[in-house]
Design a protein around this ligand. Structure first.
Ligand SMILES: Nc1ncnc2c1ncn2[C@@H]1O[C@H](COP(=O)(O)OP(=O)(O)OP(=O)(O)O)[C@@H](O)[C@H]1O
Ligand SMILES: [Mg+2]
Length: 248
């Protein structure tokens, strides 16, 4: 089967090609269709840069990326239809209501009659009673939920969530994950970054640990967890990987 995401030799240098900052170096990752994949690493490791490259928002310095078999550089519109990204940064137009925002986004994908799905998204994200509220009048956590809904209006095959639960209360986090799990059960591929390791431990089938722009290790979550005992096992794995890096 065609992989959902294939990153081949991806590198990124910000600024001057030789004296600039190397944010990513020779990243090779294949994510199978239907997988639930976690990309973990400390602040500045390069997670968002990698996601921006996947979404075609940042150009890689080297390497290539394909989503559901479509090359991001050669066929960006095919990729856009198959990919939904929940960005880490809150970006939105404050003058539209929640429903207008989702309708506009649907229109961009050529889906003028999308209200049934929009209603389902609003319900799942506990935004139904905010549908007519302007985005500027929402709290930070609510804005983030709108970003999640916005990324899903076109029912993308591959869903990328860049720290979707930062600033989101515990109750909504649980319902958000239930919803995302449901989409995964229906065959959607999920790529997640999070600093909440207990979420990654529960949700992700495979994990990649990114360290200063390189993959430190990659594999099945169960295999990583099998190396530890006791509580907060993924946190122990994470500490071990990054403490070892510190003494290199
Ligand atoms: N536009 C840019 N110009 C220059 N450097 C950048 C730019 N964007 C990111 N960087 C640098 O690239 C590195 C990786 O940043 P990135 O945002 O990808 O990290 P991250 O893993 O997502 O971190 P976080 O967990 O804090 O979100 C950082 O050192 C950052 O300062
Ligand atoms: Mg980031």
């Amino acid at each position: 089967m065609t992989p959902a995401v294939c990153l081949t030799g991806v590198g990124k240098v910000y600024g001057h090609p030789t004296r600039g900052f190397r944010a990513l170096d020779d990243i090779n990752i294949t994510i199978e269709q239907g997988d639930f994949y976690g990309l973990l690493g400390p602040n500045g490791a390069g997670k968002t840069t990698l996601i921006q490259i996947m979404a075609g928002l940042t150009r890689p310095t080297t390497g290539s990326v394909s989503v559901m078999g479509h090359d991001v550089a050669r066929d960006p519109s095919a990729v856009r239809r198959r990919l939904g990204v929940v960005p880490q940064e809150l970006v939105f137009d404050p003058f539209f209501t929640v429903r207008e925002t989702l309708r506009i986004q649907s229109g961009l994908f050529g889906l003028p009659k999308n209200d049934d799905w929009i209603d389902e998204l609003l319900h799942a994200l506990d935004l139904s009673d905010r549908a007519q509220t302007n985005l500027r009048a929402l709290s930070g956590g609510m804005k983030r939920r709108v970003l999640v809904a916005q990324a899903l209006v076109h029912r993308p095959a591959v869903i990328v969530l860049d720290e979707p639960t930062a600033g989101v209360d515990i109750q909504l986090r649980e319902s958000l994950w239930q919803f995302i799990r449901g989409l995964n059960d229906k065959g959607h591929t999920i790529l997640l970054t999070t600093h909440y390791l207990e979420e990654a431990e529960k949700l992700c089938r495979r994990l990649a640990f990114l360290r200063r722009g390189s993959i430190a290790c990659e594999g099945l979550t169960t295999e990583f967890l099998a190396t530890t005992t006791g509580p907060a096992r993924l946190e122990q794995v994470f500490r071990k990987i990054f403490q070892e890096a510190a003494v290199e």
